[in-house]
Design a protein around this ligand. Sequence first.
Ligand SMILES: Cc1cc2nc3c(=O)[nH]c(=O)nc-3n(C[C@H](O)[C@H](O)[C@H](O)COP(=O)(O)O)c2cc1C
Length: 191
Amino acid sequence: MDNPVLALLSTRRSVKPDLLGPPGPSADEIETILTIAARVPDHKKLAPWRFIVLEGDARARLGEVLAEACAAAEKEPPSDVRLETERKRLLRAPVVVAVVSRTVVHPAAPEWEQILSAGAACFNLCLAANALGYGTSWITEWIAYNAQVCAALGLADNERIAGFVYIGTATARPEERDRPALSDIVTRWHG
Ligand SMILES: Cc1cc2nc3c(=O)[nH]c(=O)nc-3n(C[C@H](O)[C@H](O)[C@H](O)COP(=O)(O)O)c2cc1C
C-alpha cells in the first residue's frame, strides 16, 4: 500500500509482551509517543487521562508490589512460581506505560466520554510507538483491577487503569488474526 499511514493501520497487530525485547524507545521517543498519546479527542478539554512510565528498575520494584498483592488476594498462598511470575510481569518489555483514566463530574462531558477518551489515548500511544517501529501490547490483566497495585501507583479515587501498554522490539512477527466481516457489523440506516 502506497499510503504509509493506511499501511500501518491496515497491518498493525499487537505483539504479546513475551515477544517484546530490547531495545525499547529512547527518552526522546517516549516523549514523542506520549505527546501523540495525549493528542486525542477530548470533550471539554479535560485531559481525562495521565501516563505513568515504568522502565528500568522501577519495573522490578512494582513487581514486588504485584507479588505482595497477589499473596494478599489469593485464598491459598501462591506458589513460588506464581510469585516469580508476578515479580517479572513488568519485565516482559523494556518500557511499560500505565494509562490512567481520570474522570470528573462535568455537566457537558459525561464520564462515559471521558473514559472513551482514555481508550483513544491508549491506542494513539500504541500507534505512535508502532510508527516508530516498536511492537506494543495494550493489556490490563488482574493488576489493573487490584486496589493494592493501584494504590502503589498513586491512583486517586477518581482514577482507574485503562491499560498497561508494553513497548519493545518485536522478536517475532504476529500472525494475522480473524477480523469481523464488515457485513456482520455494518448496517445503513434508511429511516
Ligand atoms: C482495554 C483492553 C484490555 C485488554 N486486556 C488484555 C489482557 O489483559 N490480556 C490480553 O491477552 N489481551 C488483552 N487485550 C487485547 C489485546 O490488546 C489485543 O488487542 C489482542 O490480544 C490482539 O488484537 P490485535 O492484534 O488486533 O491488537 C485488551 C484489550 C483492551 C482494549
